[in-house]
Design a protein around this ligand. Sequence first.
Ligand SMILES: C[S@@+](CC[C@H](N)C(=O)[O-])C[C@H]1O[C@@H](n2cnc3c(N)ncnc32)[C@H](O)[C@@H]1O
Length: 388
Amino acid sequence: MEPAAIIDRFMGHLEAAFAEGAFIKLTLSKPTGEAGELKNLYARPALIGGKLLLSFTFRYTTRDETKNFEWPEASALIRQQLGSIFLNADCIGAREEVSLQFSRKRIPRLHARPAKNAPPLLLEHDSPKKRLLETKGNAWLYAMGITNAQGEVLAAGQRKFRQIDKYIEIVDSLIRQQPLPPQPRIVDMGAGKGYLTFALYDHLKNNLGLDPHITGLEIRPHLVEFANALAAEAGFAGLHFEAQDLREYRGGALDMLIALHACDTLTDYAIAEGLRAGADIILVAPCCHKQIRKQLNPAGVLKDMLKHGILQERQAELLTDSIRALLLEAVGYQTKVFEFVSIEHTNKNLMISGIRAQPNPESREKAAALKQAFGIEYHHLEKLLEDL
Ligand SMILES: C[S@@+](CC[C@H](N)C(=O)[O-])C[C@H]1O[C@@H](n2cnc3c(N)ncnc32)[C@H](O)[C@@H]1O
């Protein structure tokens, strides 16, 4: 078959998936010499102003650009890239997955296969906001006292439910940027009673159709016992809790590492384990930033800024988490720092996410400069990185 006819076929699959609402994601990869700074192109369906469009993310070396197009322009844009700017195109649909691969001589080959564990189509942008977890008949939400037997969220469970909902929204957005494999391996460190661990499992399994293997680590055995019994009752076969000190945990390869409200340097131990285990996604909500605070000893005008205890505390938080984000960037993660919803554990409501990217050695220098400015001798994560 002529190359143009093979490209037509690929575009035909894409158009059919889009027309029937089964299109999930298109990834263009393997940039050619003509791509310049452009590294990848992603397209997803997006409902904007009641119209189904394609939302494109142009990923350049140092930035992302997003543009939305109706099908005719979108299709022309994609076609232009195939074989000229990108050598691989992968279209994921609810029913089938189709790949187009060009050889060095730019000869295209098409592969189509039935979709495995394809997540349901979720539209972004202005699609109506709905709760991500089903509350009706949900055994774990009921057992944790968040809903009543009819699946209605109790007044006392509202704050916790809002936190769970926000958390799932955050995770969902992260795994759109860095998709998980069909059987993702995940560890959640310092899981506590397991609210957020259960919520994650429920979402991945029941909303996205994945087959997750999630381990929740928690040092208090009675919480582990409770959570394991509840996982069995809820029929969550891939969810297990272990009573273990997370500082000593060394597991197998991971797709995602999570640590929510793990106190002080426990967040650093968790990040280090995520790096060691090769996690593509790292998500932490740090709390109790003590390690840096003890060392703060800036010179000159900064000294005056830290005269008061509360300002020292806030500065220690800012520095600890800024340096965490920089160190993650240095070793090859694209990071974001944003607000989470705080709850009874802590008034700290920051989250740091990292998804796999190119290492950025300059970020390590920036971390060193920050440490120097504030007279900080060491950051715990840095020490742990030395031993990886
Ligand atoms: C503040 S709770 C957070 C619970 C849950 N991640 C959340 O955000 O809702 C922190 C949990 O970490 C546990 N923990 C403390 N030290 C630990 C350690 N060294 N190893 C494992 N878990 C630990 C505590 O028992 C506690 O349940």
